[in-house]
Ligand binder design. Structure first.
Ligand code: 1CP
Length: 341
């Protein structure tokens, strides 16, 4: 059976514009909150295939999205490298500070810590409807490095930014370590059933120009090159969130990415006229409009659909937020999948 997301990524016409949403599994769903209460600890939930499989499938059953995204977190790679990781209730993730060369030298990727993730992919793959695509992911080296250096996002990644300003060799070394680990992680995700990969660079927008090139574009291009060498036909989507428009363009042109996810600040005109001629796009409805729902949400969705046409993957400009009413998601999926040009 045809998979609309793969069709779009391969340049074929899909039966409908495909839709999935970043953070489509999560706290806005009562069935997620029930399991979360039972599991208690978020990391346990990611690393227990029974739970992670169930959570990955919850939004597929409820809404019939065109893709399932593996339920995991970008911070599992630092964990597998040996960095201390804790998810504290009501506070989010907290990592050990990796702020000196000695700790960077001690990092060593232990793939066996992630076997549960691969098992989850294999199980989800078996259970997905024939027309639903399975997406694997990792965080981009820059974004993951930010969390490792600063421990969390609360201080705006001040140390990471200082390392950028100083062109610290520590940052280059950490990024190299992350490219190596992410390569192994993504390759095994493909071998476990992932059909598309997404690289989340949620903090790419902290950098501009030459810094964006050095820490976002180059490591991402390197990672993609290595994966494509082994698996040239597995499409990869990049998400350099909140990058400057001109940096989005350079990212599109200088990495071998197959598609680009765009955040909701990027103007539709710029995306259509400057980016879409270079890459397939994904995005970019505001998560706030999904919370609001109703006519405003549908009007904005229609504008995205008519701007980009059928060769587009519908998504948000960032993740679903916990206060989103699930009915609005159902309404959006029906609208997008039923849209006729
Ligand atoms: O129930 C809970 O309290 C946990 C909330 C939660 C969830 C549902 C976290 C903690 N992670 C996740 C899952 C997750 N994270 C997925 C699963 C698939 C899906 O999209 O449904 C994915 C792809 C991620 C990726 C992720 N984790 C990113 C990149 C995308 C983005 O949102 O920008 C980032 C930055 C993280 C770190 C992270 N994990 C969790 C939180 C609260 C955060 C953000 C912390 C911060 O910056 O303060």
């Amino acid at each position: 059976m045809e998979k609309p997301i793969l069709n779009v990524l391969q340049g074929k016409k899909p039966v409908h514009v495909p839709i999935w949403l970043m953070r489509q599994a999560g706290r806005y769903l009562p069935e997620y909150r029930d399991l979360r209460a039972k599991a208690k600890n978020f990391l346990n939930m990611c690393l227990t295939p029974d739970w992670a499989t169930e959570i990955t499938l919850q939004p597929i059953r409820r809404f019939g999205f065109d893709a399932a995204i593996l339920f995991a977190d970008i911070l599992l790679v630092p964990m597998a490298l040996g960095a201390g990781l804790d998810f504290r209730e009501g506070e989010g993730p907290v990592l050990e500070y990796i702020d000196n060369q000695k700790r960077i030298d001690q990092l060593s990727y232990d793939n066996s810590k992630l076997l549960a993730v691969y098992e989850t992919l294999a199980r989800v793959k078996k259970e997905l409807p024939d027309n639903t695509t399975l997406i694997g992911f990792c965080g981009a080296p820059w974004t993951v490095a930010c969390y490792m250096i600063d421990g969390n996002s609360k201080g705006g990644f001040a140390t990471s930014r200082r390392w950028v300003a100083e062109k610290s060799p520590l940052l280059d070394n950490l990024i190299r370590t992350l490219v190596d680990a992410s390569e192994l992680y993504l390759i095994q995700q493909i071998e476990s059933g992932a059909e598309v990969l997404q690289i989340f660079d949620s903090w790419g927008g902290l950098l501009q120009g030459a810094d964006f090139d050095r820490y976002v574009i180059q490591p991402t291009a390197d990672l993609i090159r290595r994966i494509k060498k082994k698996y040239p036909h597995v499409p990869i989507i990049g998400f350099p969130r909140e990058a400057l428009p001109e940096d989005y363009k350079l990212y599109a042109m200088q990495t071998d990415i197959d598609a680009m996810s765009i955040d909701f600040n990027l103007s539709l005109d710029f995306a259509k006229n400057t980016l879409q001629p270079v890459k397939t796009l994904q995005g970019n409805l505001s998560p706030d409009l999904l919370v609001e729902g109703g006519a405003n949400m549908l009007k904005a969705a229609e504008k995205i659909l008519t701007t980009f046409g059928p060769q587009h993957i519908f998504n948000l400009g960032h993740g679903v937020v916990p206060q989103t009413p699930p009915e609005h998601v159902g309404e959006l999926v029906k609208f997008v999948q039923g849209f006729k040009f």
